[in-house]
Design a protein around this ligand. Structure first.
Ligand code: FES
Ligand code: FES
Length: 165
């Protein structure tokens, strides 16, 4: 939704870069990401806070971009799926695990699932299957039946833990 009265640009920290955005503070982050910054990896499903496909991480915490006004973000760091792969294009181990486990079908839920998995594994490197299910629960997937997605996160956890030791 557009607003008026705020003409000065806002700095939005996204994927490690401070971006100047012209959108007013009341504009929803999802619209800023997709409409202004062309970061279309963040998906618009329901647009009303139900499906979870618009999930991004804000200071490492999953947030629904379709419910979050730009002005509430302030100095915090936004991570979208575009910020996960290495600069040379190497996929993040979680992304690779989703491919290896066959956890991607249409792919619409995948960015949100991957980011929720990242938030979980960053704080719980060796989660139980139940913890994984709970962490991913807010994101709806119409295709996979969730089994392969949970398996992908387990696989990513093993890779990441092994990589650290
Ligand atoms: S698009 Fe945000 S929860 Fe569905
Ligand atoms: S892979 Fe299609 S919605 Fe999850």
């Amino acid at each position: 939704m557009s607003g008026a009265g705020h003409s000065s640009p806002t700095i939005l920290r996204v994927n490690g870069v401070a971006r100047e955005v012209a959108s007013p503070p009341e504009r929803l982050l999802l619209d800023v990401l997709r409409g202004e910054l062309r970061l279309t990896g963040t998906k618009r499903g329901c647009g009303i806070g139900v499906c979870g496909t618009c999930t991004v991480l804000v200071d490492g915490v999953p947030r629904l971009a379709c419910r979050l006004p730009l002005g509430e973000i302030g100095e915090r760091e936004v991570l979208t799926i575009e910020g996960l792969a290495g600069h040379d294009g190497t996929l993040h181990p979680i992304q690779q695990a989703f491919i290896d486990a066959g956890a991607i079908q249409c792919g619409f839920c995948t960015p949100a699932m991957v980011l929720r998995a990242k938030a979980l594994l960053d704080r719980r490197p060796d989660p139980s299957r139940e913890e994984i299910r709970r962490a991913l629960g807010p994101v709806l997937c119409r295709c996979t039946g969730y089994h392969q997605i949970v398996a992908a996160v387990e696989r990513a956890a093993h890779v990441l833990v092994r990589g650290k030791t």
